[in-house]
Design a protein around this ligand. Structure first.
Ligand code: CO
Length: 139
């Protein structure tokens, strides 16, 4: 389902939120909004545990580091809890990544890699995107 006007961006896939106590935050979303977890996964490549709450065709991605060496642990030492990144859905992650590199953007991932739910993902560097950490997500 592609929306209007987003060019290569077809939907907001998820908003990634850094939290310290995953279970407490899951309980809070249930208590406040009646929201249920659709998927939980340990993403070893990122050193994080995630819980996905589905909202229409998008997700809230609650993330907590399970090891001190996780990049998210280092991020949270400086920035604490809160919005960490936005996942933009694209039809072809490799194609979009090649395009933005050719246009001079800085990237975290030189090549697409496997993300949660078996998706294909790549992160852009926040310095290239006006302070927002952007994740490209191909279903
Ligand atoms: Co993400």
């Amino acid at each position: 389902m592609s929306g209007g006007g987003g060019g290569k961006l077809t939907e907001i896939d998820h908003v990634g939120i850094a939290v310290r106590d995953l279970d407490a935050v899951i309980d809070w979303y249930k208590q406040m909004f009646g929201a249920e977890v659709a998927h939980r996964e340990r993403i070893e490549s990122d050193g994080v545990d995630e819980a996905l709450i589905k909202v229409a065709d998008s997700y809230i991605q609650l993330l907590t580091p399970y090891t001190d060496t996780s990049p998210l642990a280092k991020y949270m030492e400086k920035n604490g809890e809160g919005v960490h990144h936005v996942g933009y859905r694209v039809a072809d992650c490799a194609e979009v990544l090649d395009h933005i590199k050719a246009e001079g953007a800085r990237v975290v991932d030189e090549h697409p890699r496997t993300g949660s739910r078996g998706t294909t993902v790549a992160f852009l560097h926040p310095k290239t995107a006006f302070g927002t950490l952007i994740e490209l997500v191909q279903e």
